[in-house]
Design a protein around this ligand. Structure first.
Ligand SMILES: [Zn+2]
Ligand SMILES: [Zn+2]
Ligand SMILES: [Zn+2]
Ligand SMILES: [Zn+2]
Length: 142
């Protein structure tokens, strides 16, 4: 060890042979390769129907046609739109269409809203919700 071996640098200066491939592959209809915008490692093969992210099969829900991120944020009622908030009564994620905004930032899903009088009667811990109802006079603003 410590012995310097013969430093041999080999320079290959041969002529570069240009290989002309005889078969030219047809790229027609071939979409541009892109990387999944969720994991940034796999090849994207699908496009989210909501956010238009391009995602790999692992991050695509073919049933809903959306990416994994949108899927986690889908409205729990209609299952097709992105939720904007959660119902203050049942806690489910709800989109604009499936909820009623009692006050700014206070949303109740349509299902709870339909039964809100009974729910508030039966759930004393939710009595504070009636405060929002009174302020809003139960007007459906959608
Ligand atoms: Zn991915
Ligand atoms: Zn998406
Ligand atoms: Zn919805
Ligand atoms: Zn609800």
């Amino acid at each position: 060890m410590g012995c310097r071996g013969p430093s041999r640098s080999t320079y290959i200066t041969g002529s570069v042979s240009v290989v002309r491939s005889s078969h030219e592959e047809s790229y027609s209809g071939f979409i541009t390769l892109s990387v999944c915008e969720v994991c940034w490692s796999s090849e994207a093969r699908y496009e989210c129907g909501i956010c238009k992210r391009r995602v790999c099969p692992a991050h695509y829900n073919s049933e809903k046609g959306v990416c994994a991120i949108c899927y986690e944020n889908l409205c729990n009622i209609c299952g097709t739109k992105i939720a904007v908030d959660s119902c203050i009564i049942c806690g489910r994620l709800v989109c604009r269409d499936c909820s009623v905004e009692l006050q700014p930032g206070i949303r109740v899903c349509r299902e709870c809203y339909a039964n809100i009088d009974r729910i508030l009667r039966e759930e004393p811990r939710l009595s504070y919700v009636s405060r929002f109802l009174r302020g809003n006079k139960k007007v459906d603003r959608n």
